[in-house]
Write a protein that binds this ligand. Structure first.
Ligand SMILES: [Zn+2]
Length: 211
């Protein structure tokens, strides 16, 4: 056995499937546009080398505050009914308006992942769920998010349309509308769920055209 080549890099795991852009490109430009001033003192932020940091970072030229930029966590559920159907919603807002996705949203700073999963699912579908196993975790470097998908048993509530859902429907695993899914991450999460629960089925591949 020889030691692995330290320069060979690390293959992307399952969480790297959501994007083809290379790692290590720094802050996405759309995000950098909102990172001009120090949130502590209002001074200008400058990008460059900082003592004690192993990569260049944004820091305040006046007070030295370092503006760390990290991805946000999006918590989503794959709600499953007692009959084994998946509940999806046709999105009422951009991005992906009019296309199917699972419920989910940004984790608030004062709630747990489980609380966020329950809250977002209730807000967007009217259903009460009990979050269960993690289906997958997907990085999207271009969006600066990490998307978590958890399987969640539907335990109560009733479909309730709202600003975020034009339509709410239950789909048997064999009838998931693969060609109408809004996001790559939704497609991967649903495919991972199908692979886990119904390995006899083949999730339909699709060409991307991100919504
Ligand atoms: Zn400052």
């Amino acid at each position: 056995m020889t030691d692995p080549d330290p320069d060979a890099g690390v293959d992307r795991g399952p969480d790297g499937r959501s994007t083809d852009i290379p790692s290590g490109r720094g802050v996405p430009s759309w995000m950098a546009a909102s990172l001009n001033y120090c949130t502590r003192c209002g001074g200008p932020l400058r990008f460059g080398a900082i003592d004690g940091e192993d990569r260049d970072r944004l820091a305040c030229a006046s007070c030295g505050h370092i503006a760390y930029v990290n991805p946000r966590l999006v918590v989503t559920t794959i709600p499953v009914t007692a009959a084994g159907d998946v509940v999806l919603l046709r999105r009422g807002i951009e991005p992906g308006r009019g296309w199917w996705a699972q419920p989910g949203g940004f984790l608030e700073v004062d709630e747990t992942v489980t609380e966020a999963a329950i809250r977002e699912t209730l807000e967007e579908t009217g259903l009460i769920v009990q979050p269960g196993e993690i289906v997958g975790l997907y990085s999207r470097l271009e969006a600066a998010v990490v998307v978590l998908a958890v399987e969640a048993a539907v335990t109560g509530g009733a479909h309730r349309l709202n600003a975020e859902a034009l339509e709410i429907r239950e789909f048997p695993p064999e009838a998931i509308p693969w060609q109408g899914i809004a996001f790559k991450t939704s497609h991967w999460a649903l495919a991972d769920w199908v692979q886990r629960r119904r390995p006899d089925l083949q999730p339909a591949a699709r060409t991307w055209d991100e919504r």
